[in-house]
Design a protein around this ligand. Sequence first.
Ligand SMILES: [Zn+2]
Length: 240
Amino acid sequence: MKPQEISSKSVLNGNGQLNGHVNSNGHLHVEDDHIFNGKIDTPMVEGAFDMSDEEKMDRIADKVADILSILGLDLTDDSLRDTPHRVAKMYVKEVFSGLNPANKPNVQMFANSYGYKRMLVERDITLHSYCEHHLVPIIGKVHVSYISNGHVIGLSKINRIVRHFAKRPQVQERLTEQIARELKNVLQTEDVAVVVDAEHFCVITRGIEDGQSSTVTSHFSGAFSDQKTREEFYRQLDLK
Ligand SMILES: [Zn+2]
């Protein structure tokens, strides 16, 4: 997905805001069955990490085996034998590893010795996440911008932050907010913009089966609340 293609698919209006339903908290509400309750934190139970990863994988593998057996699959078949453990490992160690705060990237800040006080834009950051309503992939791009308040972080750290929050069952609006909140914490500035443009496999492969649409969500705060600043950001993304 090149940025140019976004403009033809996006739902951004002239103010750089999203069309759609914005609720009283200012959060976007996407149509279909994907309802975002406006809470930024991923809903977790207390003691979510009391159990070791190994125990979690064992228990999940049992449940996956149950599901496949109920569907009538023969788990003694060579091809299926290891699937329950493979899925369990994928959930705990890979695609949902971002649930565990212990896996959050440690981000070091540097003094901004170049005195670069203008907008920094990192665009087309690869996004691989999972829809928490169907547990199927969400894939797309994230574009991030900030204005340094005197500190900078390594560019790859922005990718790592995006990746960490993507590795959870997600709702795209919440993912957008979580990335923005973390960037603000790390960079110690409110001048942050995050745009997520993603395709949801639950829309592509089931339900409406629409392979053409993508969903755009955004967070603008601080200087990015100003329309001119947002326009400059969009210009940098080659968006109009
Ligand atoms: Zn879904």
